[in-house]
Design a protein around this ligand. Structure first.
Ligand code: GLN
Length: 313
C-alpha cells in the first residue's frame, strides 16, 4: 500500500512542487535573524520517506537549513526522557496560545507564570533549561547527540553563523528568558539557558534528515529502518499532540483542517510532518506566510493531503 503510494507520489511530486513554488513570491524570508535572510525566496524542496527507507524527493531538497522551531519538538522529548511528564509539566503548560510564537502577552496568565506550551519560544527556552547536564556545553552535546541518532546522521552539526547571528540579535528571546527567571520558572543562569536554546535552533539539516526524524515519530518512537527504539511511545504521543495543537503556531487550527497531520514548522522555512504508520516528511521553503509558516510548503502539503487522504481527522 505504502509502495503504491510512493509510485504515485513519484509521478506527481515534481510537477506539484513547481506549481507550489509559484506561491513563494507572496511570502517573505525571515530577516529578524539576519543570517536567515540569506536564504533564497524561491527555494522549495521536499523529501518523503517510508519504513523501508525508500524515498521520493523533489525540488531543492539538498539545500541545508537550520531547524529553528522544529528542534523544539525533540528537546521536549529529550526533557521528558530525562525527567518524566510530571516534572516537565510542572514548568510548562499544555495549551495553545493563539498568539505569535515569541509573544510575552500570556506569560503571566498561567499559574504560577509558566509558559502556555513547550512549542512557543518561552516554553522551549524553559525546556532547554530542563535538559540534563552539568553545564550548557554538556546539555548542548546531549541534544546534538540525540538529534544525530534520530536523523541517523552523525554529521549533523550547528550552523555557527546562524547561531552567532541569533545570539547577537535575540533581544526578545532574552527578555522572555529574564521574565521567566523573574517568575522563578528558570533556575539557571539565563544566558546559559539561551545559549542552549539558540544552539539547538541552529542545528543544520536537509529535508532527508527531517524526513528520517519524522519517520521515527510516524512509527511511535522506533526507527522502522533499524528497528531500534529511540523514544518511548508515550512521549511521541505527547509530542504529536503538541504538533497538532500548536506546531504551526497560531495557524495550527487551519492546518489541522486543511492538512490534518501533526507538523512543526520553523522560521527558516522548514516543516517536519508525518503520516502515522506510513511516511516521514521533511520540506523547506524559506518564504513565509503571515503566520510564519512556509507559504509554498503549506500549499504543497494541503494538496498532497487531499490527494492521498492523509488527514487523520
Ligand atoms: N530561533 C527562533 C527564535 O527563537 C525560532 C523561532 C521559529 O522558528 N519560529 O526566534
Amino acid at each position: 500500500m505504502s509502495n503504491a503510494a510512493m509510485e504515485r507520489l513519484n509521478q506527481l511530486l515534481p510537477e506539484w512542487l513547481e506549481t507550489s513554488r509559484l506561491h513563494t513570491g507572496q511570502g517573505k524570508v525571515a530577516s529578524y535573524i539576519p543570517e536567515l535572510f540569506k536564504a533564497s525566496q524561491d527555494e522549495l524542496g521536499i523529501h518523503i520517506m517510508n519504513a523501508e527507507g525508500n524515498h521520493v524527493s523533489a525540488g531543492d531538497c539538498g539545500v541545508p537549513f537550520t531547524m529553528q522551531s522544529i528542534s523544539k519538538v525533540f528537546t521536549l522529548i529529550l526533557a521528558l526522557m530525562d525527567h518524566g511528564e510530571e516534572a516537565v509539566f510542572f514548568n510548562v503548560g499544555k495549551e495553545p496560545t493563539g498568539d505569535d510564537y515569541d509573544s510575552m502577552i500570556k506569560l503571566e496568565l498561567v499559574e504560577p507564570g509558566i509558559p502556555f506550551n513547550p512549542l512557543i519560544n518561552a516554553g522551549a527556552i524553559t525546556v532547554s533549561s530542563l535538559i540534563a547536564g552539568d553545564c550548557k556545553e554538556e546539555k548542548s552535546r546531549r541534544i546534538l547527540e540525540f538529534f544525530r541518532k534520530l536523523a541517523n546522521n552523525d554529521r549533523l552539526d550547528y550552523n555557527e553563523s546562524v547561531y552567532q547571528s541569533e545570539s547577537e540579535t535575540g533581544h526578545l528571546n532574552r527578555s522572555l528568558g529574564y521574565f521567566l527567571k523573574h517568575n522563578g520558572v528558570l533556575k539557571d543562569d539565563v544566558e546559559d539557558v539561551l545559549a542552549v536554546y539558540f544552539r539547538h535552533c541552529s542545528i543544520e539539516v536537509t529535508c532527508a534528515d527531517l524526513a528520517r526524524m519524522a519517520l521515527v515519530l510516524a512509527y511511535d518512537g522506533t526507527d522502522p529502518i533499524t528497528g531500534i527504539e529511540l523514544i518511548p511511545r508515550r512521549y511521541v504521543q505527547i509530542a504529536k499532540t503538541f504538533m497538532t495543537t500548536c506546531g504551526m503556531y497560531n495557524a495550527s487550527g487551519e492546518f489541522a483542517i486543511q492538512v490534518g497531520l501533526p507538523a512543526k514548522s520553523g522560521v527558516s522555512g522548514g516543516i517536519l510532518t508525518l503520516v502515522p504508520g506510513q511516511f516521514g516528511i521533511g520540506l523547506v521553503g524559506p518564504a513565509l506566510n503571515r503566520k510564519g509558516n512556509s507559504i509554498a510548503g503549506v500549499h504543497l502539503l494541503e494538496r498532497l493531503s487531499k490527494e492521498f487522504d492523509w488527514s487523520f481527522f
